[in-house]
Structure formats: structure tokens, C-alpha cells
Design a protein around this ligand. Sequence first.
Ligand code: MN
Length: 430
Amino acid sequence: MPLKTNDPNKKTWIPVPMDSDFPIQNIPFGVFLTRDDIITIGTRIGGTAIDLGALHQLGYFEGIPLTDDIFLQDTLNDFISDGKKTWRLVRNRISEIFDIKNETLQNNEEHRKIVLFTLDEIEMQLPVQIGDYTDFYSSKEHATNVGTMFRDPENALLPNWLHIPVGYHGRSSSIVTSGTPVRRPMGQTMPADADSPVFGPSKLVDFELEMAFITTDANALGEPIPVDEAEDYIFGMVLFNDWSARDIQKWEYVPLGPFLSKNFASTMSPWIVTMDALIPFKVESTKQDPEPLPYLRQKDKKTYDIHLEVALVTENGTSTTITKSNFKYMYWTMAQQLAHHTINGCSVNSGDMMGSGTISGPTPESYGSMLELSWGGKNNVALNDGSTRKFIEDNDTVIIKGFCKKDGVRIGFGEAATKILPVYQPKKNK
Ligand code: MN
């Protein structure tokens, strides 16, 4: 089926501001609450949210095999389950409906009033019910930096790292959408000068600049996904901040890996950008040496050129861009991660989420966490209001943004913004 949605010359009758993340070539999917308190699946062009449930009820998806209520749901899981062919048919149709030359909806005021919303009339929800969440550790620069700080600069990468896309199973219950504040966690730590652990607020709360991909039902239990087919089972990508408490992490992570230091919260951007929308931004992936084992050898080993940046906004509203990185720096591709994840027969479901791991670039200005930016708390990170940070303080807001740009088309992801609140205080009995 031809992809009609990526034509850089395509124009829409919906107003799209300059440098919008959401031109007609993007057509992401999300879930929102409308001004009438109805939950629906939608898309977005410029600053306009589009109710796909209403469009479907009005007959605009006629001819596409969809159940009547496919968009009248509070998650995208069933739509994602319909598979790549259906995602393409739906995006092609949306692209036609909003094409500047198409007057059907454009000239139907009654329908427009039902289908279109301004962003202040809607409230974005978590777009998928995440069954399982896995986090990888696939940036060589990040793994090297952390290994250098915590272990030995001479042997920064552990012996398995260049052979396995290392990962761990995370927790989906605490994944929240952009705008949801997160409380500083309490926990157990072992201070450097102490001989027994202490309990209290984490002192080293950190962000992790990541992206995540969302899968469809990919395989039955016992059946691996071949690496060259893996991308067909990826629905799309989001920005992802994998909140971390470094002091809790340091004390708990041996021998079974991170636990409470990671599962208190992770933040995702609410619009899922499809893999089809990202096709024009494919680039060569990092050369891998040594060559991986055959099940990880990908014929067309491409990745995506996605500019990433993190802003820290202090309580007084001052914003500072503290790092700029790029998704293309990843050593392992998403296809390799998914092939590795399922090589033992582990099944993957619609709405599962896989985090990339912290995406650090080759230079100190491109590191993807405060742990690296402050080099383990040794250096101060300067902010525009004159203050400094080593880690994230209460009432700081961390905002991850990301976009691709080529041939005058910008496809972006919006943002994943999170304010860190002080620790939870139990309510006193009256
Ligand atoms: Mn992580």
C-alpha cells in the first residue's frame, strides 16, 4: 500500500504555526478528554485536536475495515492490535480529509464543530494501557560514562555490553503522561561515610533522556520475532523520561538490577508518532564492532535522526536547556532490541512499551542525565537564573522535547514535562 502521508509538499486547510511539531505529515495518535467530558482517540494537526471517534461516526472512514467503536475507547490498544495495514489506511484517509484541496469537511461547518477542538478544550490522557514496560541500556556513551564513574574507567563497559542489548523489566503502573507531577521518593540509601543504611528522601533525583517505542501484538509465546521483521511490530515512538533516584539505585542494584530507584515514576509524551511518519528521517545506524551474533544481524540497519533536548525550569519560571542529544547515537537499534527481547520466546503484546535507555551523545553537552552532566555530583550545572544544580530539586520542572527536520518538514513529538514535588507527607489524624 503506498504511503501518501509523507509528501513534503502536502498542505492542509487547518492552520499550522511555523515550526509546529504537528504538520499534516505527522498525524500522531493520542487519547483525550473532550470539552463534553467524552474520552476519545484523536490526532492533531498544528494546534487543532481531531476527534477520530466523531469522524468515524460521521462516516469519514467508510471503506476501511474498522469496528464501530474502535476510536471510542480510552486506550489505543485495540487500534494498535489491528496492525500496520490498518494504521496506514487510517493515516492515509486523515491525510486526504485534511488536504487543502479536499472541501468535504472543510466546507461542512456542522461537522467541523463536532470533530475539531482547540488544545485548551481537551485534556490529554495516557494513550495506551501499558501491559509491560522494559527499559534498555543501549547508548554506548551513557553505559561508558556510568561504568567509568561507578566502576573502572579501563573497563567501563561490562563484557556483555557489546554483544547484548542489555535491559531490565520495569513497572508500568507508575508511567504517567506529560504534565503529571511526581513526588520525590523516600527510600533506603547507604551514605558514603556510613556503616549502616539510612531511610529518607532521595537526595539524588535524576531524569533520564530516553525515547520509547510501543509495540503491537507481535508473537505467540515461544516464537521469536526475526530482527528483519521487528520494525513491522512497532506502532510508534514517544519521548520518555525514566525518573531515577541515584542514591537508592546505588545501594539496591546489586545483584538483581534497579528496583525502587526506577519504578516511582516515568513520564511519556502523550502523542504517539508512528514509524511511518518517521520514514523520511531514517539514517545509518552506528557501526557495530564486534559484529553481533546472527540473530541480531539486521540487513537494513537504520535508525532515526531525532533531535532531543532537555530544559530545566526552576520555580521562578526560568528555563535553561541543559543538554542536546540525538536518538541516532544509540548503539543498538529498536529492531535489535525487540529481536533480542523475544529470542527466548518471550511474547510481546499490543501496548507494551520499550524504553531506549538514557541517550547520551559523544560530548559533555549531549549527556542524557544529571548524573553525567554533573559527573556524579562533582560539577555544578549552571542555570540561566544564576543558580546551579547537581541533581533535580523540589519544584523543578524537567521538559524533554524532540523533533526531526528534513526538506522543510518538521515532525515533532511535543513534550514530556514533569514537575518534581516534595516528598509525600501523610495526612495527620484530626
Ligand atoms: Mn532508564
